[in-house]
Every structure is written in structure tokens, then in C-alpha cells.
Design a protein around this ligand. Structure first.
Ligand code: HEM
Length: 425
């Protein structure tokens, strides 16, 4: 316990006067308590490692140091997952993380019920998107840092949709929503520098939290705005799809008298496919179906999963599996469109909102995202507006910009600029 010994040695030279004496007595007691907690934690971690299931570990052979593997998990999650998935496909495998669950709040059962059963996205969203439109009508190609603007638009639309007119105009609330993901990444990173057992004590004071609230909803808005931004990046990088997308949008809208309805959106197979392909390669989360084991669980192959273990699916790696997706590293905007045309039965599969063993962006099973139908409508409406209003391209030198990644959470670089030019100006 080096920390305790150091404090104690310092104490001996500093006993002057009763005030000083009391101060140091308190420090002494505190250091004893901390030392004790360290001691308990030390034995707990030994017990933990004994309780851990015997599983192959991703990068276990390549990187002997657990500390380094944890570091890899934080900064290079995608490759870590691909390594584990490729080697131990169809098996359960372990990854070394710093984690306990970091709970940022959640919806109540009633709220989940409302999202599931009672919300019906309507023309309201279309009106809102037009009312809060964030980008000017530039006559020539003009660079715009689009992500913060998209973020604001989506937050406004969602705030209006879920919380009422006032929230959509509450600039402070919108600031919090806009800064949420950045704050979440900074705060979580800082929190994880503390030993795990001290986190429940220090989390409130760790820097980066000032702009975070216990707002689960914001996380969902962010998932939507990052998806829209990733789609716009793909539009600008893979410009060859734009004529086909525009043709489809014009054709469908003409048939519905120029009105965007839920039914007309369902007929836009190519747009649906393009967004799903963006989500395959750049979903906001590289892991889905995240669960914490509440009671020990024995799998059919005999592997015992202890209480407290975290389970998840390596979605980011599954999405790169060549046996599931042909040429998985290539962006094919019409990949799912072509699949849907293969047979009558396939027409209703491979959709953006589909949930299945190879469609994992919305999670899986009973708790798969109930908000995906609203997200589907909102994302498409914003995309239609952008595609029909602007020509978009990336800056001359630009390859696809690198995402900011931390522990499997992906966010587009807010500083990356897209060039916009109004089509009818
Ligand atoms: C692109 C946008 C979104 C993505 C990628 C996304 C993704 C997800 C994922 C991966 C889960 C976990 C599912 C599981 O563990 O099996 C989830 C859960 C959930 N999402 Fe979404 N989501 C999005 C938008 C939304 C929106 C807009 C809402 C609300 C209107 C929403 C409401 C929920 C709720 C309530 C749950 C918890 C469901 C439960 O525990 O039963 N999501 N979402």
C-alpha cells in the first residue's frame, strides 16, 4: 500500500499545534480507510479473476499484457472485435475492458411502452424539418461544418416531437443535447482513470460532466444525428448514387401528389438501402445487444457466465464478415436494394428497420430499439431534403474522414467540412 505509507511518513514530521494535529489525524484516518478499500479491492480482483469464465480472449495471443488489451479496447474497438470474431467465430469470446456499466439514465417501462405502441410519426416531422432548416442556400460550393447543424436540427425536431413546442426553442437544452456526445466521451474517459471502486464516489466531480444530464433521450437523438451525418458524408464521398436516389425520390413523390407520407417513404427502396449501408459501416455503436448478467447462466455448450458479466454482440465485426456481406469493406449503396429484389419474400427483408441475426444495428430480441420506426422516418425526411436541395461534395483532398471512436462508440468528426451548393439557385 505505498500510498498509505507515504502519507504516514509525512505525518510524523508535521505535528504542530492542535489544529494541525486534528487535520492530520483526519488525513491519517482517511488514508487508513483508503488503504483498507485498496486491500479489499485487491482481494476482490483476485476473486473476480477466479470467477471469470474460461474463455478465449480477443488479442490474447498477440498482446500478452491485459493492460494493453484494455487500452486497445478503448481506442481501437473495431479491430479488437474483428480479431476476436474472426478467430472465435460462433463461440463466446471475452474482451478485456475497464468496464462496469456506466449508467447514464434510462427510460421507464411506461416510456418504453409509449415509444413502442403509441408514437406514430407523421407529417409533423416533415414540417419541423422544413421549419428548422439549418443550412443556407449557397449559390456556389461553400464549406460547412455540417455535423453541429444536423445535431441541432435533429435535437429540435425530437424535442418538439417528444417534449413540446417550448423545448424545441429552449437554446440551453439544445446546447446540452448538442454537446452531449462529446461530454459523454470526455467524462467517461476521465472517470475511467479512477479505480473502479472509487467511481461511485467521484463520478459527480469528474471533469467533463458539467454539460451532461441524466437524459437518456439525448443519446437517442445523437444516434439519429450521427446517422444522418454519416449518410451525408457517404453522399459526398460516393456521389455516383445521387442521380438514382433523386430519381427514386421524385418518382415516388410524384405518385403521392408531392406529399411525403409513411407509405411513400416505404417505397423508397434505394434510399432505404443507402442508409442501411451507411449504418452497416458506420453505426453509432460497434457493439449491440448489451446485457448485464443478473444471475449465473450456463450456456448450452457448458460455458458458465457469472453474475455481473457483460454480454454483447460484436456487431461492428459481424458487419465486416465476408460470408454474410459480399465485399464487406466496400460501400455498396444499393446492396440491400438488390437483395430485396431477389424474391417476393425478400422484399420485406433487408430493410433499414429490420432486426435479425445479421441486422443488429438496432439490437436484437425483445428489447430491440422501439424508436427505430421514428428514426427511420426522421432520417429519411432529412436525407430527402438534403438530396433534393443541394449538390454536395467533399473537399478536394478528402478521403472519407476518420470517425472519433472511443470504447466502441463512433461519432463523426464535428470539424469535418462538406461543400454545399443549392441546386435551384
Ligand atoms: C439511429 C437512431 C437509433 C439507433 C441506432 C438506436 C439503437 C438502439 C439500440 C442498439 C438499442 C439497444 C437494443 C438492444 O439492447 O437489444 C436501443 C434501445 C432503445 N431505443 Fe433506440 N436507437 C435509435 C433511436 C431511437 C429513438 C429515436 C428512440 C425514441 C424515440 C429510441 C428508443 C429506444 C428505447 C426506448 C430503447 C430501449 C428498449 C428496451 O430496453 O426495451 N431509439 N436503441
Amino acid at each position: 500500500m505505498p500510498f498509505t505509507i507515504t502519507v504516514f511518513g509525512f505525518l510524523e514530521n508535521s505535528f504542530h499545534g492542535s489544529y494541525v494535529w486534528w487535520t492530520w489525524a483526519v488525513v491519517f484516518v482517511l488514508s487508513l480507510v483508503l488503504g483498507f478499500v485498496h486491500f479489499v479491492h485487491f482481494f476482490n480482483s483476485i476473486a473476480d479473476s477466479r470467477r471469470s469464465p474460461k474463455l478465449p480472449i480477443a488479442l490474447g495471443d498477440e498482446i500478452p499484457s491485459k493492460k494493453e488489451r484494455i487500452q486497445r479496447y478503448s481506442t481501437d474497438t473495431r479491430n479488437l472485435l474483428i480479431n476476436g470474431y474472426t478467430k472465435f467465430k460462433d463461440q463466446v469470446f471475452g474482451i478485456d475492458t475497464t468496464e462496469e456499466y456506466t449508467k447514464l439514465g434510462n427510460l421507464t417501462e411506461e416510456q418504453i411502452y409509449v415509444v413502442n405502441k403509441e408514437l406514430n410519426p407523421s407529417l409533423l416531422i416533415h414540417q419541423l424539418v422544413q421549419d428548422f432548416w439549418p443550412v443556407d442556400d449557397f449559390e456556389s460550393f461553400t464549406p460547412v461544418k455540417a455535423y453541429p447543424k444536423i445535431n441541432r436540427l435533429v435535437s429540435r425536431v425530437c424535442a418538439r416531437f417528444f417534449q413540446g413546442t417550448d423545448a424545441a426553442h429552449d437554446e440551453r437544452w439544445l446546447d446540452v443535447a448538442a454537446d452531449y456526445i462529446h461530454s459523454a466521451i470526455v467524462w467517461t474517459g476521465n472517470l475511467k482513470k479512477w479505480p473502479r471502486y472509487l467511481r461511485p464516489l467521484v463520478w459527480r466531480f469528474v471533469s467533463g460532466r458539467h454539460n451532461m444530464m441524466n437524459q437518456f433521450e439525448i443519446g437517442k437523438y445523437i444516434a439519429m444525428s450521427t446517422t444522418v451525418m454519416q449518410c451525408l458524408i457517404d453522399v459526398s464521398v460516393y456521389n455516383q448514387y445521387v442521380p438514382e436516389l433523386r430519381e427514386e425520390i421524385s418518382r415516388v413523390l410524384e405518385a403521392s401528389g408531392g406529399v411525403v407520407t409513411k407509405q411513400s417513404l416505404q417505397q423508397m427502396f434505394k434510399l432505404d438501402s443507402f442508409i442501411k449501408e451507411t449504418q452497416r459501416l458506420n453505426a453509432p455503436d460497434l457493439m449491440s445487444f448489451q446485457r448485464k448478467v443478473q444471475a449465473p447462466l450456463t450456456l448450452s455448450n457448458g460455458v458458465l457466465i457469472p453474475k455481473g458479466a457483460r454480454l454483447m454482440l460484436p456487431t461492428g465485426a459481424i458487419n465486416m464478415d465476408a460470408q454474410i456481406f459480399e465485399g464487406p469493406e466496400h460501400f455498396d449503396g444499393l446492396r440491400f436494394y438488390k437483395k430485396r429484389l431477389e424474391s417476393e419474400e425478400s422484399r420485406n427483408k433487408y430493410q433499414l428497420v429490420t432486426v435479425g441475426k445479421t441486422d443488429l444495428a438496432w439490437g436484437y430480441g425483445r428489447h430491440a430499439c422501439p424508436g427505430r420506426f421514428i428514426a427511420d422516418v426522421t432520417i429519411k425526411l432529412i436525407m430527402i431534403e438534403f438530396l433534393m436541395k443541394y449538390d454536395m461534395k467533399r473537399p478536394e483532398s478528402g478521403a472519407r474522414p476518420k470517425n472519433i471512436e472511443f470504447e466502441g462508440v463512433l461519432t463523426p468528426d464535428p470539424d469535418w467540412e462538406l461543400l454545399f451548393k443549392c441546386r435551384s439557385c
